[in-house]
Design a protein around this ligand. Structure first.
Ligand SMILES: Cc1ncc(COP(=O)(O)O)c(C=O)c1O
Length: 426
């Protein structure tokens, strides 16, 4: 039951869709006919805006060839910085503090590699429910320094296997800690962390605070500069719908401008002197310094289009408002219609990201049965069906229908037609 005491019925879903100021945005997305697409926290669908931006760049490549670096509109040479300017309001940062570059994993390597300083504190605080690539990258960076990752990583454990208590994070931060690196939202349960409390605690202990915003950028507003977060990374292929393997983003607080990145490359050189071709690196005095090689324009252009969608929505705050209403509606439905399932996502809106973890021992086969019926979700081991009602193109009736499909699958034991899990992409 939600705040107004409304039961989650089909009529209620239709009323909420009719009252939804963002409902028209859906027409801008290519969601396959007949599919309920609830996997936008893994890969968002193509929008007409992203397609047009990509077509535009392909046309410029055809017409301009190499002149596109300077003569394209917008020019390709400063494309990463310009997209950073457009992204800055989404994460609450100054334009110079944001750039698009590399992949998320590479950005963790370069930012952790740059900012890890054992003299500040040998330990790095992470948590036990992180997305694996974050740990792989941090561990590799520690090994490069001759530091044993098993010694240096301070892993905050989960009490319930789903979430991490803020008080446990804060208790892990002491004078031995030089860096805290955590997600904004846990990829499995969808828990949203208290970025401000964690950043303040890190700073009080003389440590730096970095965050992986992969599961929040574009669906949850951030205030990175105001909070004073030191650095952050994220991808654009989830809620920002910029396409498979789209270029990633990063933020570096302005107080760190001028530092020399651990993974230096000519694309991070000061743009004024880049083509002097000096053999010594002259880092840009901005987050742009963390670019490495030539920007992959074809992997960046769709983002230029999808940012129009965010702006037309009225910004991330408007998307967040709808997202919270959608996830609340979904949670109410699970409570009411799926008593054999559990909600693994925090119910407190202040601790909830953009997706809902529906837990069931048969989650893997349930996710396959849902996909067979055109309900696109994903499975995360051991027992989670992740359902992401992304606010730009999912409506309340879609959520209602997805839950009804799951009810029918459970009633008819339809999942029993599928093999149990044996690895591979799910
Ligand atoms: C929290 C988080 N970090 C990082 C990644 C992946 O990084 P990359 O884009 O480098 O593959 C993901 C992918 O889903 C993720 O969920």
């Amino acid at each position: 039951m939600n705040d107004e005491g409304d039961t989650p019925t089909l009529d209620r879903a239709r009323e909420m869709d009719a009252a939804d100021p963002l409902s028209d945005l859906r027409d801008r997305f290519h969601v396959p006919e007949g599919e309920l697409y609830m996997d936008g926290n893994s890969l968002g669908p193509l929008s007409v805006d992203a397609e047009a931006a990509l077509d535009h760049v392909v046309g410029e490549w055809r017409e301009l060839g190499i002149h596109g670096w300077t003569d394209a509109d917008p020019d390709w040479f400063t494309y990463g910085e310009r997209l950073g300017d457009r992204l800055a309001p989404l994460v609450g940062a100054g334009p110079e503090e944001v750039v698009v570059a590399n992949s998320t994993t590479v950005n963790i390597h370069t930012l952790v590699g740059t900012f890890y300083d054992p003299e500040r504190g040998e330990k790095i605080v992470v948590d036990a429910l992180d997305f694996p690539t974050d740990h792989y990258a941090i561990r590799a960076q520690l090994r490069q320094r001759g530091v044993d990752p098993d010694e240096a990583l301070r892993v905050v454990e989960s009490r319930d296997g789903r979430t991490i208590e803020t008080e446990d994070v804060l208790a892990a931060i002491d004078d031995d800690v030089g860096m805290v690196f955590l997600p904004s939202v846990l990829y499995r349960s969808g828990q949203l962390f208290d970025i401000e409390a964690i950043t303040d605690a890190a700073h009080d202990a003389g440590a730096l605070a970095g965050f992986d915003l992969a599961h929040s950028v574009g669906v949850i507003p951030h205030e990175l500069s105001a909070i004073g977060v030191d650095f952050a990374v994220w991808c654009h292929y989830k809620y920002l719908n910029a396409g498979p393997g789209a270029i990633a983003g990063l933020y570096v607080n302005e107080r760190h401008f001028g530092v020399s990145p651990s993974l230096a490359g000519w694309w991070g050189n000061d743009k004024e002197t880049q083509f002097d071709m000096a053999l010594t690196y002259d880092p840009a005095h901005s987050a742009g310094a963390f670019q490495i090689g030539t920007i992959p324009i074809l992997a960046a252009a769709p983002l230029d289009g999808t940012l129009d969608v965010v702006e037309d929505a009225g910004g991330v705050a408007a998307l967040r408002e709808k997202s919270l209403a959608l996830t609340e509606f979904l949670i109410d439905l699970v409570d009411e219609r799926l008593p054999e399932c559990e909600v693994g996502t925090p119910r407190d809106p202040a601790a909830r990201g953009g997706h809902v973890a529906i837990e069931h021992p048969e989650a893997y086969r349930l996710s396959l049965a849902l996909k067979e019926r055109g309900v696109v979700v994903d499975f995360r081991p051991p027992n989670v069906v992740r359902v992401a009602p992304a606010p730009a193109y999912v409506g309340f009736e879609d959520v209602f229908r997805a839950v009804e499909h799951l009810r029918e699958i459970l009633d008819g034991k339809e999942y029993e037609q599928f093999e149990t899990r044996s690895g591979g992409v799910t």
